[in-house]
Design a protein around this ligand. Structure first.
Ligand code: SF4
Length: 305
């Protein structure tokens, strides 16, 4: 276990994520993620459209955090990630939200875009667990994480659900303004696997412990997807759970980028899922074509916050 500092000390010279902005969030300064001292969240809801081992029959208890340390040009949730819509809440209130979600009989708590609030979320999870939070906690992240910060979450997160978006830095630079996305995210995923080395399911088929890597196939990027699959196979093995997503829809700034201003073709998506199978990967989730619609984007009306 890391030598853990007080939660607010991590914000004083913020290196919570690989951006390493070195600004003081306790004094009102803001870095790339546009997040301050207080947690900001936009929605606590029951989500039925995650992978079946996460959503099950009763849904996943999502908490969507505002702000983002990646801010991809195609983000479906740009109104909360880039435009920072949401409501500031205390750590104690976040702990209550976790308990309220559990009372709705959901399968798990699902922290969506939590990275830039790791110190505060850690505190809230400790409070909530002391008050009876028992269901698994899912850490649903864009993957751009600091290993040192992930280590502070050891023992508090049951299921890691990271994206692995890009292999080639030309894509990460153009679409998410970072050249070290692949390097940092793969280091983070190896740490997640270290913390949760086995995939464990309950009698309802819900994942209680483990790792699922998500990869959204982008238009014109299928060769990049092949390299992502190769990395997972070579570093984590063919049993690793991967979710190959086809829900890409041109939104936000993607409408101004020629390559991204179209939906994915069936040909592109099937090339990637075929490659996944050819490589001997055994545990995959795929998505229907109908998932590529904005209807699946939640409405961030501050419900449950
Ligand atoms: S969490 Fe935000 S302020 Fe801190 S390093 Fe990352 S982007 Fe910068």
């Amino acid at each position: 276990m890391e030598n853990i500092k007080k939660w607010y000390e991590y914000l004083e010279n913020c290196n919570v994520c690989p951006r390493k902005c070195n600004i003081n969030r306790t004094k009102g300064e803001r870095g790339y993620c546009n997040s301050g001292y207080n947690i900001k969240a936009a929605l606590a809801s029951i989500h039925n459209w995650e992978e079946p081992v996460i959503s099950g029959t009763r849904g996943s208890g999502t908490v969507f955090f505002s702000g983002c340390n990646l801010r991809c040009v195609f983000c479906q949730n740009y109104d909360i990630s880039s435009e920072n819509k949401g409501k500031e809440i205390t750590i104690e209130r976040l702990a209550e939200i976790f308990i309220e979600q559990q009372q709705k009989n959901v399968h798990n708590i699902n922290l969506v875009s939590p990275t830039h609030f790791i110190p505060q979320i850690r505190e809230a999870l400790i409070i909530a667990k002391n008050k009876g939070l028992k269901i698994p906690v899912v850490y649903n992240t864009n993957g751009y994480e600091n290993v040192e910060m992930l280590k502070t979450l050891e023992g508090l997160i049951d299921v890691y659900l990271p994206d692995l978006k890009y292999f080639d830095k030309k894509y990460s630079l153009e679409f998410s303004s970072t050249s070290d996305y692949f390097e940092k995210t793969t280091e983070a995923i190896l740490e997640m696997r270290r913390q949760q080395p086995k995939d464990v399911f309950n009698s309802e088929g819900i994942m209680e412990k483990g790792l699922i890597i998500r990869h959204l196939v982008l238009p014109g990027c299928k060769n990049d997807s092949f390299k992502i699959i190769d990395w997972v196979k070579n570093n984590l093995g063919t049993e690793t759970y991967m979710s190959i997503m086809r829900q890409y829809t041109p939104m936000y700034k993607a409408k101004d980028i020629k390559q991204l201003n179209r939906k994915l073709t069936t040909f592109e998506y099937e090339k990637v899922t075929d490659y996944f199978i050819e490589k001997g990967m055994k545990n995959g989730f795929s998505q229907e074509k109908m998932s590529a619609t904005s209807e699946y984007t939640p409405i961030f009306d501050l419900s449950g916050i």
